[in-house]
Every structure is written in structure tokens, then in C-alpha cells.
Design a protein around this ligand. Sequence first.
Ligand SMILES: *[C@@H]1O[C@H](CO)[C@@H](O)[C@H](O)[C@H]1NC(C)=O
Length: 509
Amino acid sequence: MATTLKNNNSRKHNHHPFSLIIINLWLLSSSSLVGADADDQHLHPTSKHIIQTHYHTLQINSLFPASVCSTNTTPSTGSSKRQSTLEVFHRHGPCSQLGQDTDATITTPSVSEVLSHDQSRVDSIQAQVKSDSSKVKIKNTNSNPNKLKDKKANLPVQSGRSLGSGNYIVTVGLGTPTKTLSLIFDTGSDLTWTQCEPCARSCYQQQDPIFNPSASASYSNISCNSPQCSQLSGATGNKPGCSSTTCVYGIQYGDQSFSVGFFSKDKLTITATEVFPNFLFGCGQNNQGLFGNTAGLLGLGRNSLSIISQTAPKYGKYFSYCLPSTSSSTGHLTLGKSGVSRNVKFTPFASSQGTSFYFIDILSISVGGRQLPISQSVFTTAGSIIDSGTVITRLPPAAYSTMSAEFRKQMVKYKTAPAYSILDTCYDLSGLTTITIPTISFTFGGSVKVDLAPSGILLAVSTSRVCLAFAGNNNADDVAIFGNTQQKTLEVVYDVGRGNLGFGPAGCK
Ligand SMILES: *[C@@H]1O[C@H](CO)[C@@H](O)[C@H](O)[C@H]1NC(C)=O
């Protein structure tokens, strides 16, 4: 257990020096304007099969994206009636406009790169959860400072927020006149930011024209002494800076990705009817890292400054999304309650432990209709979050090994293949066109049972390397993460105001 006094401060001490250096560097050089270096078709059990409620039969090519984008409209969820719906698409693939003019080998990472970035996101989430939850524990145990001091060697090495790379994108409008920006959407962080002219220190290459605050009639800076400025500490993990009278934010995401710039407000346009005149965001003057060709990031976390908190008066902290089964179809992100299906079942959020993350309780997992023999304490020891940015679900080691063993047992008729990166349960399916795989379902707090889509069970590297899309954590007390592969095609509903997370089937294709 990394329950140390040092951990109590690790967020401050680990995050601040780094970002202050960035802020200082930037402030030093901003006046000199250093040049910016641009740097399933899945057949549901209703299909022909007879005894098949515990199996999916699917075509192998449904695990791969098609070469052209097919846009989803799902009358079943009434998305046409929704006023505040944005289309969601994967950053890489035929539905993305990003990077089509540029060298595809630079902008499209390999599956192994995706998985290695995914691991750094997971490391950074687990470090944040450890440091934040130890903060809570410190309050209860500060009567014994020596005990805490003894443990300071357990400091998490990784900290900061990590972007990962399985990112989904939405397009919003900012400023007057409105400029279109494609942003990574992230339930694991709060601050929304975009790159801004004049890119005083550095902007990476992005597809949309870079937002120019001086060309927006509705833009204004947030001042250093405003209450909004002080909210940055919670939203970014870093104390705000100050440049003359303008509040300066800095946020880093691990992997040396970061954004630093002016804390600002301007008009945010979600759709023609959904407009927020004083939306607080970061106007980034120094931005580097794994943001692809996106214009920045949309923070959907649970703390203040997230778009969810800022639009709470209108939407009551209620939003939903559906992530498409492959990068050749689209999903949606919807703010507010309208159009949510009656088929959605709700599980209560667990305590957020002071973090931006959305905690939930996993009670049990079934493979092919068989509930895995995993003791309840395996899940309660670790705790669990749902995250839009983590690609592969991470389970406590004991839960993962039990799942993998049962899956192997039920897949025994298929030829196995060597492990691939963090995935160790793989099959060589070359020469086959259809396969039959066991269903996987999760039961969450309140006995909410959720069946995963086939695209949430397997990750196909190639037809000769198709792997169970789950991995185990290293330690029994590392937080479990319900990742975006497992969320594919589900309608995922966040009723943050009432403290519930909902899941419904077939939110998109
Ligand atoms: C915002 O603040 C920066 C730094 O003080 C300044 O350079 C810029 O002109 C300000 N923009 C507006 C619109 O006030």
C-alpha cells in the first residue's frame, strides 16, 4: 500500500515542479515569440443459432474496420430527437478527417504502439488514484506520522495524466464567429483546452486551423485573482501561474505530452441550439505530445471546470455516449437527458476518492454464461473506474487469470497464437471466416448485468493474431479500469447528478 505522507503531497510535489518549469520556460520565451516548431457486424444471439444465448457467432472481418466510413443513425435511441448530440469517431480510421493530408505512417500508430501508450495511461491513472486515495487516508492517520514516513519509498514513479492513444474525437465550435475544433474526448480529465495563436512557444500540427483568440469577438482572458483561476489546481493537479494579470494553466499527461497557456473563456457551440457563452477553457500557447492532429481535449471528468460541471445548470450533469464497434463507423456524445432509452440499467457510482475519475463497483464476471469463481474481495480491494481513454480493460490479477483460463477452455477448438504486447490469450484464426466465441458479461453494483459486444471481447491485430481484449494489473490493489474496447456499441449514460452510471445495449453500431 502506498499510503505515505509523501504520497499525500506527491500530486503537488510531483506535478508542480515539472509544470512550473514549463510555465516558466514559456513565460521567459513568450515575449520573444520563439518560433513554434510544428511539430461487427456482430450478430447478436438472435441470429440463426439455436442454443446460442451464451455464444456469439461472428464473421472475422467484422473485427476489422471497413475501408469506408458508414455513419450511424440509430432510431432505436432516438438520437435524431436529441438537440445536444455530437458525432463521435475514432481518431484513426476512415471516419476521421484527421491526418488525411499527412503521412499516414506518422499519424496512425500500430496496434503495439496503441497498447504501449495504453499502458502508460493506465500507469498514470493508477498513480493518481493511489496518491489521491492516500490523501484521504492521511487525514485519518496523521496521528502516526512515523509510520507514514517509513513508507515513503513506495512513491508511485509515474504521475501526471496520460493520454493513451485509443482516443475518440468530437467536433465542437468555439468563439465568434464560430471556429470548428476536433477534440479528444476524455472522461478521465477535467480541463478542456485547444491550441491557440500565436502559439507563443510551440504548437503541434493539427488539422483544423489553430484557434485565434484575437479574431474572436467573444473571447476574454481570466484574471489571476478570479475564483475560476484557483479552480485550476483541482482540474489540472497544478497551481495556476500568472502572466501580467492573466491566469496561466499547465497540464501534463505523462509521455511528455503537455499544454500550457492562458486560462480563458469564450462561446462554446455544441450544436446550433446548444450554446454556452462563457465556457472556461485553456488557450494553449505551448503544446506538445501525442495529440495527433486533434485541436486539443474535451474534459468530461467529474470535477469543477469539466464541460459536465460547466453545463450543469442546463444538463444537470447528465451525458451519454456510444463508442462505435470499429473506426469505420461513428457513435455519439450527448449532453443532457433527452433520448436516453428505457433499456438502460443504472448502477450507482462508487466514491470518486477525490479524483476526476468515475468509480463503479464490479461484482462479478461471466464467460459463456458461467460466473467466474472470483471472490468479491478481489474487486473491492482494487476498486474500479470506467474510462473513455483506456483501450483495454484492466482487471485485478486474480480476476484476469480466472477469466483467461475459462475463455481458453471455451475456445479450445481454435488454434492458439503467441501473446501480443499486454494481451496473452490469442488465437490464430487465419483461414476461417466465422467463429463462435463465448459471451462475456459484467455484473455491476445493484446487480446490473451488461453483455459485451463481440467487438468488446476480441481485439484483432491480424487474422492470425486475435486476442482476448483484457489484461491483468500487476498488483492486487491497482484500480481496475473498464476500458473503451469493452464499452463499444453500448449506450453508456452518466447521471452524475444522481450518482448513477447506466448501460444499455446497441447504442450504435
Ligand atoms: C490575454 O492575456 C495575454 C497575456 O497577458 C495577452 O498577451 C493577451 O493580449 C490577452 N488577450 C486579451 C484578449 O485580453
